[in-house]
Design a protein around this ligand. Sequence first.
Ligand code: CO8
Length: 262
Amino acid sequence: MAAYQTLIVEAPERAPGVALIRLNRPEALNALNTALLAELAEALAAAEADDQVGCIVLTGSAKAFAAGADIKEMSDKTYAQMFKADFFTAGARAVERCRKPIIAAVAGYALGGGCELAMMCDMIIAADSAKFGQPEINLGVAPGIGGTQRLTRFVGKSKAMDMILTGRMMDAAEAERSGLVSRVFPADGLIDEVLAIAAKIAAQSPLAVAMNKELVQAAYETTLTTGVALERRLFHSLFAFDDQKEGMAAFVEKRKPTFTGT
Ligand code: CO8
């Protein structure tokens, strides 16, 4: 595994097929800076290129998934600098572009860019200690890597306005009730639970996983008619793969399938 300054990347033995990427800037509650986002793009590209990896877990520390974009790095920037450097978008695009599933395992603060990063992932699983928020309004700015759009799609207009205009935080129970997170676990068991879920995904056909991910993403990007038509085409195309034959044969023969990604 490559060595990073702002991340710890592991292939946990207890979760075959899973790449665990831990944000690691404890001195700044994992605030997202240029270096971290560049390394995140690199780590995601490496996980994507590795045939042994079927699912990626992105996490932080017990105290913070990420407390936002790095305010100290941003505070003196001019409009021209922000525009030219396209600050942060390389890392964000790497998450959005990744074809393998990414689970955000969130404990503690997921604020501002941290909440936005979690929402870019394919699902959010939270510890009961998690706190989500878009507090940019308190800094005189707005979310800048998708928060206004994604939070609104997750929780609806009224709650998104409430969160974004007041800058208040949402706890894990409210986040689960609102559809922002899929499941909540006690904080001390979070990583084990998420790794077990990720390992289950990694054991599936990687082709079927990638197509299923693409189809659910399409639900956010297109009309119902177009999305359903795309689903039908991809469903048909899955019959071109050995993994479909293996999956269905295994069911009929009452055994576990062994998928090969072919
Ligand atoms: N940036 C930089 N440093 C941070 C950040 C941050 N976002 N958050 C915390 N830190 C630092 C603190 O400055 C402190 O450092 P030091 O010890 O050197 O003073 C250290 O982390 C520990 O933090 P605290 O002492 O504040 O810890 P507390 O437990 O008292 O409070 C909080 C925790 C409530 C999370 C508090 O740290 C906080 O409010 N943080 C800021 C949250 C925030 O406003 N986030 C939004 C940032 S803006 C943003 O994300 C915009 C995204 C879009 C950018 C798109 C560009 C195109």
